[in-house]
Design a protein around this ligand. Sequence first.
Ligand code: ADP
Ligand code: GLC
Length: 497
Amino acid sequence: MNVLYVCTEVYPLLKTGGLADVSAALSAALRDLGCDVRLLLPGFAPIAAGFVAEGPRLKLSATGGPEIVRTLKPAPTLLPGRLSMTGQPAYLLDAPALYHRDGGPYLDAQGNDWPDNAQRFALLAWAAAGLGCGGDPSWRPDVVHAHDWHAGLAPLYLQQLAGSGPRPATVFTVHNLAYQGLFGPDTMAPLGLAPSLFRFDGVESHGHVSFMKAGLQFADAITTVSPRYAREIMTPEQGCGLDGVLRYRADQLTGILNGVDYAVWNPASDPLTPAAYDHDRLAGKALAKRDLQRLLGLAERPDALLFGAVTRLSEQKGLHLLPAVLDELVATGGQLVVLGSGDAGIEAAVAAAVARHPGQAVLRRGYDEALAHRIFAGADVVLVPSRFEPCGLTQLYALRYGALPLVHGVGGLADTVIDASAQALAAQTACGFVFHDFSPDGLRGAIRRAFDLYRRPVDWAAVQTHAMRLRFNWRDAAQAYLGLYRRLRPLPGTGRA
Ligand code: ADP
Ligand code: GLC
């Protein structure tokens, strides 16, 4: 089975969130199951720097598709090759004028969308369509698997390019429905999209061209990253305006839970943490806690209940609930570290709250992979109070490191964290704390329950041990994807391409 995996991030080369972890680990797990998976990535500078070309350059089809294929100088091309660190086979979409820029992959240094994002990511989808239709004479995918809005046009372009001829099946995975890739109607023509597609059963969504909608409308199958989120996004409350199309395509929508790369996230072998530990030898966790307190200038109190958060600071992640509960958290004997970057308003509010508690609470701004590992190792509790969460990876990492996740019971958080209720404690299934009322009071209640459990060391140890022994293996997820690929037949009648 040949699979073209179309995405914009891959760990460790380029990562803004969980998408990068998934691209690296899921594609590797599929390879372990015998799939010939090849990544198709935009040639962003950090990706190009970790890529080794191995074959002759491939041209993109210049018939149809986004006009930038014909106007960009030098013309965009595809380079077949490998990622140098992992050996993963990949295609690099080489178009330096579009992808070599200071700033992030989606936003400029000031945090604004790049003005030509429609063209930049339409080109990625067009390159995927080309590979799906024989663009590389030496390799042809059976399945084109596109991830998130950046690759959303791939199923549509593939249908257009293949016409009545054979084509690979297409899968579109939603990692986060809140980011949709919305552009004005005037982008239709430059993207090579016929005016007749600007309809509710095409790419139109609430007056915009939506790349996410295109993926949902034209892919043969849709997946998202947890079963609960798959159900949630079919409701008006969580559907981000796309619940209608998702309900319409409910028979083709499945939720497949993400996994964890335990080669990277393992306290027994993590080179980024001060001492190895596991559920049956926890001394290293106490050392990690002391190391973290020292590093961050927190009081070295082994008995303090140390809360951590490793997160994008966005509305989604619910960190705006934190300032209102921090005084009580510290007064009860707790400590807090937040590692995050993103929204300036949320950052300022968290910064102001922690400033009231020097030596007990700290905000580290920015993105720091090594510090993230040290926080999972050193913390007792990891906070993930997200308003919504398609899957969430940090609660899964926290479990493995024996830091009990405290989460809002939505999406993948609800699918993976079992609350330490009396019943679950008795059944030995508890692994964290779950709250349902998305408010400071809801969060405060769960924090109080974390303190209660911490005062009962035997119960705490039992929950912690259970948490550390849980496994969310990528192999299971990869088997589910492979099963889906095998069941797929291209649906020529899907959509109106
Ligand atoms: P999302 O993709 O919505 O941000 P996930 O929980 O799926 O959420 O994945 C987040 C990933 O990014 C995890 O690997 C997490 O450790 C990492 N991460 C998030 N914020 C930071 C940060 N400030 N520094 C280092 N790693 C971070
Ligand atoms: C998105 C979601 C997150 C998920 C990740 C990987 O960034 O916000 O919940 O874990 O994608 O699928």
